[in-house]
Design a protein around this ligand. Structure first.
Ligand SMILES: [Zn+2]
Length: 163
């Protein structure tokens, strides 16, 4: 099965089955949010990056105007929907407006959190020397200069580092 991944699907850290696709705009969005070596590897090996056709982009825009979702759909969202229409793929998204327009377009969608995934992974960055956490991806600790590792963290309030 073909699946089109939105930015939050890409960032979820979850692995998805099938042929995976996304758009150049969604990749740019992910990079703005902070990429990790793991994510780069996924993008390089598992996910094909394609642009939607003009015809599908126009169909998406028309439909989004009909449903009243147009103001809530970014150009990135519209591109993902249009690509899913082109490829007859399933869109992976938790965005309600994308789901709504997908339903109207006859494009199938799956919610990221409803695919039996227990938790959405967020990435954190921890210094291997002093143990400090950083929110932004970084290679080197700005306090002690040691290497910083990417770790998975559960959503919610950050826990104090365990000993
Ligand atoms: Zn450090």
């Amino acid at each position: 099965m073909r699946r089109v991944l939105d930015a939050s699907a890409l960032l979820s850290g979850a692995s998805f089955d099938g042929e995976l696709f996304t758009t150049p705009e969604a990749v740019a969005e992910v990079r703005r949010l902070g990429s990790t070596p793991q994510l780069d590897a996924v993008l390089a090996t598992k996910v094909r990056v394609l642009s939607a056709t003009k015809e599908s982009l126009e169909a998406v825009e028309r439909t989004a105007r009909d449903t009243g979702d147009i103001a809530r759909l970014s150009p990135t969202d519209q591109g993902l929907l249009a690509l899913a229409r082109d490829l007859q793929a399933v869109v992976l998204t938790d965005d309600y407006s994308i789901q709504n327009v997908a339903a109207r377009l006859g494009v199938r969608y799956e919610k990221i959190l409803e695919r039996g995934i227990r938790e959405v992974v967020t990435w954190r960055y921890r210094c291997t020397g002093c143990g400090r956490f950083f929110e932004e991806p970084t290679r080197e600790c700005r306090v002690c200069g040691s290497k910083v590792r990417t770790t998975r963290a559960r959503p919610g309030p950050p826990k104090p580092p365990s000993k």
